[in-house]
Design a protein around this ligand. Structure first.
Ligand SMILES: [Zn+2]
Ligand SMILES: [Zn+2]
Length: 461
């Protein structure tokens, strides 16, 4: 039984070419069947022949479904925070049709069996789940996992996210082994020798709040070390290793990445929306909060790792997005139960949810406030993550992700880019509500999310 959808009278957005045209799509069997650009109605007969359900997209844009390269789905092991099913339902509500699951589950996703568990349709995912299994056994930073076997089982890269690979030799081995397979090592860049007991950015705010701070050098030092390793490996072998730096939060690390890119090294990086939206001052000052009436100091919904930094670093992140140093936006969606977050600041776990506030925050800050063209913002969320993850090289269905193309998976977000609203966490589909974006202004209302040709989210209001 085929299922067909006719998305009628829309504006089609092709982020990779920053192209916007009037057009319509006919979807069938989970794939994009026909693309028509031009006046509405050209596909009416064909849609009727297929028995397609019609969605009127007047006033709406259709873009490729978003790809979030950094998501914590918490399953197996911590299903009181999130499950693969609830996490991917939240993804769909955020217009995200592909997530890359991080391996810091319980147990750590470091084997083919666990990778298959996370990727299995038995988990009832609402969108496509890709996975980066652990770079080292148990993410202990000592012994590499079986990269070739994990790649055969579907791994799109390797990471010990939550922890850095600190040892120079182990990181060199990881970059070399992954380069042989054409996959990236994604690094959580934190020199944990400099961040023991720290729960906030190092600086005046930490001093005033009486909290131990994480210095900028804890991030930039690891990024510089990793770039040095790339240079060494390129010099000593014929390999071209790919380093992906996760959730960069400091201008200093971004400057190192900018310079490494200029030298032709294969370094890519992501920035999380919260590092564009907030600073450490959100922890002490109601004036800097979008929800002043709900403000309280030491709000653990503003605690994550890397921490919110100074205004200079936030501005450095925005500048690096605008000048192309930052390849992609990724949420680092990290759900925690209310009772886990509702404790003293230093005892609270790091992390915030982010899937449902990704597009609205990106469009508000980058498009509205900084004039980045709509297509360029969407590229950071679609075609660029596909490139960073090297999906064209995977062939098959993955090759078509991040663009709208005939025969590619019908993974799409249908939205109104001009609609402003404020975020209400009570509408969240995540199991957890640990978001700093409660009441925050958003731009771009998602009306439908289509994954593999099926409507996985529909706006009710
Ligand atoms: Zn991390
Ligand atoms: Zn993470």
């Amino acid at each position: 039984m085929t299922q067909a959808l006719y998305l009628r009278n829309a504006t089609l957005l092709q982020p990779s070419r920053n192209l916007q045209t009037a057009g319509e799509l006919l979807l069938a069997n989970g794939l994009v069947h026909t693309i028509h650009t031009g006046a509405a109605g050209a596909l009416d007969q064909q849609a009727a022949d297929l028995g397609a359900q019609v969605i009127d997209c007047t006033g709406l844009y259709i873009a490729p479904g978003l790809i979030d390269a950094h998501v914590h789905l918490r399953e197996p092991g911590q299903t009181h925070k999130e499950t693969i099913s609830t996490g991917t339902a939240a993804a769909a509500a955020g217009g995200v049709t592909t997530v890359v699951a991080m391996p810091n589950t319980v147990p750590v996703t470091d084997s083919v069996d666990l990778l298959r568990f996370v990727q299995s349709t038995d988990r009832d995912p609402h969108v496509r789940v890709l996975c980066m299994p652990a770079a080292t056994v148990g993410s202990m930073g000592v012994e590499l996992t079986d990269y070739a076997a994990l790649q055969n089982a579907g791994a799109v890269g390797f990471t010990d996210d939550g922890k850095p690979i600190l040892d120079d030799d182990v990181m060199r081995q990881a970059l070399t082994a992954a380069a042989r397979l054409g996959l990236p090592i994604s690094q959580h860049a934190e020199d944990t020798r400099l961040t023991v007991g720290a729960s906030i950015n190092h600086g005046p705010v930490a001093f005033r709040l009486g909290l131990r701070g994480m210095p900028i050098a804890a991030e930039s030092g690891i990024v510089e070390r990793d770039i040095r390793l790339l240079e060494e490996i390129e010099r000593d072998t014929r390999l071209k290793p790919h380093l992906h730096v996760q959730h960069v939060s400091t201008a200093a690390a971004l400057e190192s990445i900018r310079s490494a890119k200029r030298r032709g090294l294969h370094v890519t990086c992501e920035v999380a929306p919260h590092h564009l939206a907030f600073t450490d001052q959100n922890l002490e000052s109601p004036q800097s909060s979008h929800a002043a009436q709900r403000f309280h100091a030491y709000d653990t919904h503003f605690k994550m790792n890397p921490p919110l930094r100074s205004a200079q670093d936030r501005d450095g992140c925005i500048a690096a997005v605008l000048d192309g140093t930052v390849d992609i936006l990724a949420t680092d969606h990290a759900p925690h139960a209310a009772w886990e977050k509702n404790v003293e600041f230093e005892r609270a776990p790091n992390g915030i949810t982010g899937l449902e506030t990704l597009l609205g925050t990106a469009l508000r800050i980058l498009h509205r406030d900084h004039g980045m063209p709509l297509g360029k913002v969407l590229a950071l969320l679609t075609s660029s993550p596909a490139t960073v993850l090297n999906l064209p090289n995977f062939g098959g269905e993955l090759a078509g992700l991040g663009s709208i193309a005939t025969g590619a998976p019908a993974d799409l977000v249908i939205f109104d880019p001009s609609k402003a609203f404020s975020y209400d966490p009570s509408t969240s589909r995540s199991l957890s509500r640990n978001t700093p974006f409660s009441g925050a202004p958003m731009l771009g209302r998602i009306h439908y999310t289509v994954a593999a040709g099926r409507v996985q989210f529909q706006q009710n209001s």
